[in-house]
Ligand binder design. Structure first.
Ligand SMILES: [Zn+2]
Length: 168
């Protein structure tokens, strides 16, 4: 999927989950959205023309180890490994270790939304078996429709969050 779809879905999933977790007082919603968005872009480092690779001069793909798109970075284990690297970074820089939660949510949100794609996702890598619902092609009309839907959901959630829409 396109990076904006990933950012939208990561933001929605994070807003849904983060407030229900005990870490919520120490992580602001906007911080959580930002970190989850970052996490949601990471799996596509194995794709040469992905947004994150264009932004970072293909640093990641040039570093080797990313032979096939939707390889190990598109798996649950890949998410755990990269989140562990992020945790090491947070500990080293004395950052908030709680940030790994939105990061991991964002990462998993990427795998979830990519599972709607015809090529599916090898969730249980090293098993190569790809799992997916397979009905939305990247860059297709259906993806545009999905983006519009996700944008409406996200804006409604943000309006509820700031109290402009009242529920109950
Ligand atoms: Zn992907």
């Amino acid at each position: 999927m396109i990076y904006t779809t990933h950012i939208l879905f990561a933001s929605i999933l994070t807003l849904l989950i983060i407030g229900k977790l005990p870490i919520s007082p120490s992580v602001e919603p906007l911080q959580a959205i930002f970190i989850a968005s970052l996490g949601s872009l990471i799996p596509d480092v194995d794709h040469p023309s992905s947004y994150i690779n264009k932004k970072f001069w293909r640093l990641f793909s040039l570093s080797g180890g990313f032979n096939s798109h939707r390889g190990w970075t598109h798996s649950f284990l890949g998410g755990v490994m990269i989140t562990a690297i992020f945790l090491t970074y947070l500990i080293y820089t004395k950052g908030k270790v709680h940030f790994i939660v939105p990061f991991f949510i964002g990462y998993c949100s990427h795998l979830l939304i990519d599972s709607l794609n015809p090529s599916g996702v090898a969730w249980f890598w090293p098993s190569k078996r790809r799992i997916g619902i397979r009905f939305i092609k990247t860059g297709s009309f259906e993806e545009s429709m999905l983006q519009i839907f996700l944008t409406i959901v996200l804006f409604t959630m943000l309006l509820i969050d700031v109290g402009l829409i009242k529920v109950g």
